[in-house]
Ligand binder design. Structure first.
Ligand code: GLC
Ligand code: GLC
Length: 814
């Protein structure tokens, strides 16, 4: 069952039923001001940091699930009936409901009793504000007298404190209302020099800023007393819960449309010019007023929307593909790329599942995210890399997370996740391959943000690489530390205390437990690093690095192979994990996928065997589960992985983040059919038809789909902010379609399904537009390339040196 459809031409997903199984959300903003918005206008906004500068309030895990947002109410002043065109919060039945989630905007509306209303929400480029353009049309044969209300609830800035510290917060709320604009200024009197505002383009018939005056006692957003009465009360909040509500009266002739623009924004004043007049407690509004005036003008708002549209078109047009598979096309050309930008902007902070007060930016996550967005925003990728590297510890290890506002490593979580440092190599390598900007390696970058500790970025990579060499275990495999990619495989934790953090509790010395996954990652990252060294002319460094990689491969062959597949790890007792000898957790996806991806065992058949074992034991119709059999009980020596009920999350859930490793492994083996089959098992568009089972948005990936051991097998959770976005993008574009960045140029090496006659693509790479056409003439993966009609050797097309800005690449597969 579907709840909408893809409008690929407009790059929108159109939801046609408001009661989706879960809130289906979108993001507003892509620079500093952000919001999440659900298909029924729920959600909230923040400036830069979802915890520390939360502008509007949202109650996670509320009932109904998604209540609180950017709400518009309409009231027929004759019949006195009121409703929400976005369905929530009144949930009055409406006709022709639609929510168009587009790139950086959402348009939500419906018709009720002959009154049609749609609101377009977006954040203009370069501004710290959001615009709501509400268009109301009278479809009746007679004149209509309508009151339109718009409403938000302010958050008192620090979202964590806002949800917990009521003894203080019920006293601090303050607002000003001037010329019809509502200013929220809690704590502005003391150490804050920022405030929020909510403005309306039309003369208003009233406002409210005190929640209780608007709602009335014991009422919710579904039936505000002031809306019901048809008159806001002009309340001025002191303490309690400041809100912003405006009322506009509309007289609409039959067929007439009128527009109201609302602007919700964030503004900072310089500390010495906070008040006007100086010495008063009144906000100095001189710098904000022109901004407000500008965007309340509908023409300016339209122009800003056009610029936003162009921005996104520009980003997406960097890579467009046209294959025989519609799901591949729309994910690669539109939604997966868009999701990759969301993970760049948000990391793991704010979604419907990430409350914005939890995690900082993950070192591992953010480096992997680069794989998906570096081609769209290379200069911002560069900045991200330098920020990440600046938090690296002198040991080469890493803080597991850093805070986006301060850009400092997060002491609460600390470090010791022994895979972390290698992801920096992977991220930097992706950047170099995309941009050819070798200067980044010479950038001075501190360790742990300590002034004076700066070393070239290249040195950070050296320390990342050698980090593992000084942390090898009894089998010559890398010690796992607190965990590796799988945050929940906590082999040194041994926690028996409720509520203790699995990720930061360490009860063992950590000298025994080893990770075959990190071994595979070391081989992969080590080869990338050796390549970088070679390109810098550091031949002997490259050679010694490859010697270490070879030793690690040997250790994997000796101690990391179980006969039919790669082992996962050794625990603190030196016992195998992910082996046929185990009762549960006999085979895992991560070590098998990653070793194959890294090319380990390609020659001697181990990779092929491992992929066959994954297919036999882990693959399901909804995707590949993380391990089998699922852990049926809690194991002290394994940690959080066994804390989840079977089939969920890391305990045998379909962790969509790691499925692409198997796709790439299959592609490396030349198995295009199998690789693409796995790709579409978890492709959200390909799952649209089962939206009632999948439940999450059909336009973006979710972190997890419940595995076959779960009662809700096939149900997705935790959409949007997940490494799944980047890895699937990377797998399909770079390994299946085979449009692969390399240090020397754009490599073209497709491993596509045998029944595809070919495909075409456009890819802007280092400033040059590559128009790529692939034609299948035989069933294999051998490719013969011509560039502008001239046959070339091999499969790497170097960027032209003669200033050409367009190259035509033709590939014949046989
Ligand atoms: C989450 C984390 C990621 C981790 C994965 C597996 O997605 O963000 O860092 O690798 O879970 O535990
Ligand atoms: C939990 C989750 C895991 C995530 C981690 C982040 O362990 O299961 O997916 O990576 O939290 O802290």
């Amino acid at each position: 069952m579907k709840f909408g459809y893809f409008d690929d031409v407009n790059r929108e997903y159109v939801i046609t039923q408001p009661d989706t199984p879960l809130p289906w959300i979108n993001y507003l903003g892509c620079e500093a001001y952000f919001g999440i918005i659900s298909n029924t206008a729920g959600g909230y906004s923040f400036y830069r940091d979802a915890r520390l500068r939360r502008l509007t309030r949202y109650r996670y895990n509320n009932v109904p699930l998604d209540c609180g947002g950017r709400y518009v109410y309409l009231r027929d002043d004759e019949s006195k009936q009121f409703w929400s065109p976005s369905w929530q919060p009144t949930r009055t039945e409406v006709e022709n409901y639609s929510c168009r989630h587009g790139l950086g905007y959402s348009i939500i509306g419906s018709t009720s009793n002959g009154i049609e209303a749609h609101t377009r929400y977006f954040v203009p480029m370069g501004e710290n504000l959001e615009i709501w353009q509400v268009k109301v049309t009278n479809r009746r044969a007679t004149k209509a007298t309508i009151s339109a209300f718009a409403n938000i609830e302010f958050c008192l800035w620090d979202a964590q404190d806002d949800g917990t510290n009521f003894q203080r917060n019920f006293n601090t709320g303050e607002v000003e209302v001037e010329d019809g604009v509502i200013y929220h200024k809690t704590e502005y009197r003391e150490r804050r020099n920022h405030f929020a505002y909510f403005a309306c383009s039309r003369p208003t018939a009233g406002f409210d800023t005190q929640r209780e005056s608007f709602l009335g006692r014991n009422r919710g957003w579904d039936s505000p007393a002031a809306v019901e009465a048809g008159q806001l009360t002009n309340s001025v909040a002191h303490g309690w819960s400041p809100i912003g509500a405006h009322q506009v009266k509309l007289e609409l002739e039959p067929g007439e449309t009128q527009q109201i623009v609302f602007v919700l924004g964030y503004h900072e004043n310089s500390v010495d010019q906070k008040f006007d007049p100086p010495g008063s407690q009144t906000i100095n509004k001189s710098t904000v007023k022109p901004i407000i005036a500008k965007y309340l003008d509908a023409k300016e708002a339209d122009a800003a929307f056009e610029r936003l549209h162009q921005y996104w078109d520009g980003l997406l047009n960097i890579c467009q593909v046209n294959t025989p598979d519609i799901h591949t096309n729309r994910m690669v050309s539109i939604w997966n790329a868009y999701q990759c930008m969301a993970t760049f902007n948000m990391s793991r902070s704010a979604s419907f599942y990430e409350s914005g007060i939890g995690r900082g930016l993950g070192f591992r996550d953010s480096n992997q995210d680069l794989l998906g967005f570096v081609h769209m925003v290379p200069s911002r990728a560069r900045e991200r890399i330098l920020d990440l590297a600046s938090t690296q510890l002198p040991t080469g290890g890493a803080y597991h997370q850093y805070q986006p506002l301060t850009k400092r490593g997060n002491n609460d979580i600390g470090g010791g996740f022994n895979d972390d440092p290698h992801w920096l190599i992977v991220g930097v390598s992706a950047y170099l391959k995309e941009t050819g900007d070798w200067s980044i390696l010479d950038e001075p970058v501190p360790y742990d943000n300590q002034p004076g500790s700066e070393q070239p970025l290249y040195e950070h990579l050296q320390r990342s690489f050698s980090y593992t060499l000084s942390r090898l275990g009894p089998h010559g495999l890398p010690l796992i530390g607190r965990a590796d990619w799988n945050d929940c495989l906590n082999l040194n934790c041994f926690s028996d205390t409720p509520g203790q953090s699995f990720q930061t509790t360490t009860n063992k010395e950590g000298k025994v437990a080893e990770s075959v996954f990190i071994a595979g990652l070391f081989v992969f990252a080590g080869r990338e690093f050796a390549d970088i060294a070679k390109h810098r002319g550091l031949e002997s460094e490259a050679a010694s690095c490859l010697a270490e990689v070879a030793k690690m491969e040997e250790a994997i062959n000796q101690h990391g192979w179980d006969g039919e597949w790669f082992l996962r790890a050794y625990d603190d007792f030196g016992a195998k994990i992910g082996s046929k000898e185990c009762d549960e957790g006999k085979i895992f996806i991560e070590s098998n996928g990653f070793c194959a991806l890294a090319g380990i065992g390609l020659e001697d058949g181990k990779a092929a065997k491992a992929m066959a074992a994954v297919h036999a034991h882990l693959a399901t119709k909804h995707g590949i589960v993380l391990q089998q059999p699922a852990y049926s009980k809690y194991y002290l020596n394994l940690g959080e992985i066994s804390s989840y009920p079977p089939g969920y999350k890391e305990n045998a859930g379909i962790f969509c983040h790691v499925n692409p490793w198997v796709m790439i492994g299959e592609a490396r083996l030349g198995h295009g059919d199998q690789a693409h089959d796995y790709y579409n098992r978890i492709n959200p568009s390909a799952r649209e038809e089962i939206s009632d089972q999948h439940r999450c948005e059909p336009y973006v990936y979710a972190q997890m789909i419940a595995g076959k051991d779960a009662p809700s097998f096939g149900e997705a959770k935790n959409s949007w902010l997940t490494g799944t976005a980047a890895w699937n993008y990377y797998a399909i574009v770079q390994w299946i379609l085979g449009i692969r960045t390399s240090l020397d140029g754009l490599q073209i090496a497709p491993v596509i399904p045998t029944n595809w006659p070919g495909f075409s693509a456009r890819r802007v790479f280092r400033g040059v537009l590559y128009r790529i056409a692939i034609e299948r003439q035989g069933s294999g993966n051998h490719i013969a390339l011509t560039v502008d009609g001239v046959p070339i050797e091999g499969n790497i097309v170097p960027p032209p040196t003669d200033g050409r800005e367009l190259v035509m690449v033709k590939g014949i597969l046989s």
